[in-house]
Design a binder for this molecule. Structure first.
Ligand SMILES: CC(=O)N[C@H]1[C@@H](OP(=O)(O)OP(=O)(O)OC[C@H]2O[C@@H](n3ccc(=O)[nH]c3=O)[C@H](O)[C@@H]2O)O[C@H](CO)[C@@H](O)[C@@H]1O
Ligand SMILES: C=C(OP(=O)(O)O)C(=O)O
Length: 450
């Protein structure tokens, strides 16, 4: 009843007339999960930085707003190159910065840069997708060891650095992406050497290291998830072209498979998508790599039956958790039983309720692997989805719960027969997918705004 009322009141909706294969070409720009971090890194420099190929997504605008509140002057060119001038960085007021409370997870990464540049920081409460508890205990523990003093308040955190932060030896309990970035962004200007063990090594992390190296940082990536950072006294600006968005690329690939279409994703890059490509081929999808400078990857459904798979999300080089949702939609069309095991977030199967409403046969199990502990020990939420396919999907009214779930609802609506209404597209999908209305139109999707 409440759901019906909120649907009726919302204008944030895309009407999708499903059943048409997506066919054509779209382009992906710089990765959301690198661009936002590279923007934070610009605040560490004492001269301007330029980031090219910045996607027009709401998360970029949020980080830009945060930087500007701290006195970083930003300008964007028509071809999406962002200049960030941090020479007059200031501490933003608590009230003004609180406008960004709950908007994204990026503010926490400003701790290191603000502590180094200003000696203090105020970080509003974080947002981001509601896909699990999303604690920040590793971030805070590491920051305290660097020498930061943290005062947690109901609306956010006040931090100060009574002295220059000092390099640390730190072992993460789990190779968390955000915590690795936190430690990198803090260690580069700390005094002495930081040794980080069990670090995340996602391609976005390596690209952030490239950005920091361009700024003057000294960072060694050893084998076995060990990263060593030699603190330096100053960093300059950078000029960088980010890695392409491998999550967006994988999402369009899964959409091509689920709708029996063919999509050329210009900008998609093989090396960052190897695990995805293996999974895509195992399911029965076809792809062709064009590695010329303006190339990309063509993904298509080759006809015939798709095969079921058993897969597990994991940290890099495993199958990334953000690819899980679009792949599950494609697996509703495979012939047989697929098992998808989510090991990164506790609540990342919420979106399957809507897929069931559309006719998908998906059962969730708490412990599908008979209690086998995940290799990261501490992760004991063995949530598994068993998908029996193929299912004829039919249209429905869908309320998007978060970013990747939202895109998979969109894929399901495109694959289904009939007209669906997808609510929450502007609120959630624009966080990570640039111009998706225009891209859908370019691929021949039959979609409209009311
Ligand atoms: C903006 C961004 O880049 N988001 C990505 C980033 O999220 P994010 O950086 O938030 O993800 P993390 O890798 O930090 O989180 C992974 C796991 O570690 C846990 N954890 C994390 C920090 C901490 O202090 N304590 C703790 O227990 C989390 O609850 C989660 O279960 O990496 C995820 C994993 O590839 C991706 O799905 C997100 O799209
Ligand atoms: C979970 C995601 O993002 P965030 O960490 O910003 O919530 C995502 O990009 O899928």
């Amino acid at each position: 009843m409440i759901f019906e009322r909120s649907l009726a009141l919302s204008n944030d909706v895309l009407i999708v007339h499903g059943g048409t294969p997506l066919t054509g070409e779209i382009r992906v720009r710089g990765a959301k999960n690198l661009v936002s971090k590279a923007m934070v890194a610009a605040a560490l420099g004492d001269s301007p930085s330029i980031l090219h190929d910045v996607p027009a997504i709401s998360d970029v605008e949020i980080v830009r707003g945060l930087l500007e509140l701290h006195g970083v002057r930003t300008t964007m060119t028509e071809d999406r190159s962002l200049t960030m001038d941090p020479t007059n960085i200031v501490t933003a007021g608590v009230d003004e910065i609180n406008v960004h409370a709950g908007s994204s997870r990026i503010p926490i990464l400003l701790c290191g840069p603000l502590l180094h540049r200003l000696g203090r920081a105020y970080i509003p409460n974080l947002g981001g997708c509601n896909i699990g508890g999303r604690p920040i205990d590793f971030h805070l523990d590491a920051l305290r060891q660097f020498g930061a003093v943290i005062d947690k308040q109901p609306d956010g955190m006040h931090l100060s650095a009574p002295q220059r932060l000092q390099g640390i030896k730190y072992t993460l309990d789990y190779p968390s992406v955000g915590s690795t970035e936190q430690i990198l962004l803090t260690a580069v200007l700390a005094e002495g050497v930081t040794e980080l063990r069990n670090a995340a090594v996602e391609p976005e992390i390596i690209d952030l290291i490239c950005v920091l190296q361009k700024m003057g940082a000294i960072i060694k990536v050893h084998t076995d998830r060990v990263i060593e950072i030699e603190g330096v006294d100053r960093l300059g600006g950078y000029q960088h072209r980010p890695i392409p968005d491998r999550i967006e690329a994988g999402s369009w690939a899964a959409a091509a498979l689920a709708t029996q279409g063919e999509v050329f994703v210009r900008g998609a890059n093989q090396v960052d998508m190897m695990t995805f490509l293996n999974t895509f081929r195992t399911i029965g999808g076809a792809y062709e790599i064009d590695d010329s400078p303006e190339g990309g990857i063509r993904f298509w459904h080759p006809g015939g039956e798709l095969s079921p798979v058993a897969l597990e999300t994991d940290v890099h080089p495993g199958l990334m958790t953000d690819w899980q949702q679009p792949l599950v939609v494609a697996l509703t069309q495979a012939h047989g039983l697929s098992i998808v095991h989510e090991t990164v977030y506790e609540r990342r199967f919420g979106y399957t309720a809507e897929l069931r409403q559309m006719g998908a046969n998906i059962q969730l199990y708490r412990d599908c692997l008979g209690g086998t502990p995940c290799r990261w020990g501490r992760r004991n939420f063995l949530h598994s989805a068993v998908i029996a396919g193929p299912s004829k999907l039919h249209a429905a009214d869908l309320q998007i719960p978060d970013l990747r779930a939202g895109f998979s609802h969109l894929i399901a609506a495109l694959a289904a027969q009939g007209t669906s209404r997808v609510f929450g597209v502007d609120r959630y999908i624009t966080r990570g997918y640039e111009d998706f209305d225009a891209k859908l139109a370019a691929l021949g999707a039959n979609v409209e705004r009311p």
